[in-house]
Design a binder for this molecule. Structure first.
Ligand code: SAM
Length: 351
């Protein structure tokens, strides 16, 4: 604490105020309509927003849907505040899917994207969440709905992104495809459509991990029975891992059962959740408390395990004790030093 005081005392008033504001908003759940809360928040505070707002008109009975025709007018003031409180290098992930109205997909999501671009957001990317275990069913004019959009918006082209963290194993295709390389595979092969892109397949030789695609194959979770529209924890976790660092602040303004906050905490980030319905707010608080308990229990178990494991010095001492006498005699500093470092032992074993 002394160190922190020292650091904060050396900061300017503005910087001190910024730290204070950040601490005020960290690790909080707020029971409210999100718009007035967002209006209270300081600018440039949040590192990542991941959220799934109520879908237009759907689930009216459970948490009051917004009519598809009113959706943009309802969401834009919220988006405006989100843009203000997001740090310039932060990211906003909006999980949404247009519903079917009168036999066709409504166009409010498309219109919302255009309106948000007008508002100054960059529509950087669209990830697809493929729901591996979507609802069964049969419709006369369409098939089972197995995906949702995760729209990525940013304030500027340069944003924080840590791609290596979400790399995936190359998979079996690599073994067969990379076995027989043609001549063009070994040089940069320009795209046939003259897009300017090219590929050099041989670059993949010897690699075990690859960058993922923008399609996330995640199962919905069936164990969150108390909220009808919870997304799986793996969804916010993937984006939190990709777009934030430890101790960053992650916001979910439509937090429901608290999934985003739990994912954030498990990854060592701070959270802020806002929920309008008391029933879901209580559920989120209780879910977060359980998650914090589990995180703490896991930490304690790990600590206990670490303290029961021999330290490096003990390991080295015990290996030294097991060495044949003649080899022990060759150890450097045998008479002066009881404890040797591991490198000494490794060197000796290599000879
Ligand atoms: C699709 S659900 C989010 C579910 C959440 N992702 C989860 O995993 O549990 C949307 C939530 O937003 C809440 N909500 C609706 N309007 C709101 C508003 N204006 N402000 C804050 N929360 C709101 C609903 O009560 C609902 O719990």
């Amino acid at each position: 604490m002394k160190d922190l005081d020292l650091i904060t005392n050396s900061l300017t008033d503005v910087e001190q105020q910024q730290i204070k504001s950040l601490q005020e908003w960290q690790n909080r759940m707020i029971l409210s309509d999100c718009l007035p809360v967002l209006r209270e928040m300081p600018s440039n505070l949040v590192d990542l927003i991941v959220t799934s707002p109520p879908y237009a008109d759907s689930r009216k009975k459970t948490y009051g849907g917004i009519s598809p025709n009113d959706y943009i007018d309802w969401f834009l003031p919220i988006a405006q505040e989100l843009k203000r409180i997001l740090k310039p290098e932060g990211t906003f992930i909006l999980n949404i899917k247009e519903k079917v109205v009168k036999g066709e997909r409504h166009n409010y999501v498309i219109k919302l994207i255009l309106a948000m671009q007008q508002q100054g957001w960059l529509w950087t990317e669209e990830y697809i969440w493929h729901k591996k275990n979507c609802y069964p069913g049969k419709w006369p004019n369409r098939f089972r709905d197995a995906w949702e959009r995760c729209l990525q918006f940013n304030r500027q082209k340069k944003f924080k992104m840590y791609q290596e963290r979400v790399m995936v194993p190359m998979g079996d295709w690599a073994n067969s495809r990379l076995k027989k390389l043609s001549d063009t595979d070994k040089i940069r092969d320009p795209s046939k459509v003259e897009s300017g892109f090219g590929k050099n397949i041989s670059n993949w030789l010897g690699r075990s991990m690859a960058y993922p695609t923008n399609v996330l194959h995640l199962a919905t979770e069936c164990n969150n029975k108390n909220h009808s529209a919870a997304f799986p924890k793996s969804l916010p976790s993937w984006f939190i891992n990709l777009f934030t660092e430890t101790s960053d602040l992650v916001l979910d303004p439509f937090v429901g059962s608290g999934t985003t906050c739990i994912a954030a905490k498990e990854l060592g980030r701070h959270y802020l959740g806002i929920e309008i319905k008391k029933e879901y707010y209580d559920l989120a608080v209780s879910n977060i408390e359980k998650a914090l308990f589990n995180i703490q229990a896991e930490k304690s178990a790990q600590k206990a395990l670490n303290s029961s494991l021999p330290t490096e010095a003990e390991k080295v001492q015990s290996s030294a004790e097991q060495l044949p006498l003649s080899l022990e005699e060759d150890l450097p500093g045998k008479n002066s030093e009881k404890f040797l470092n591991l490198a000494d032992i490794v060197d000796i074993e290599e000879y």
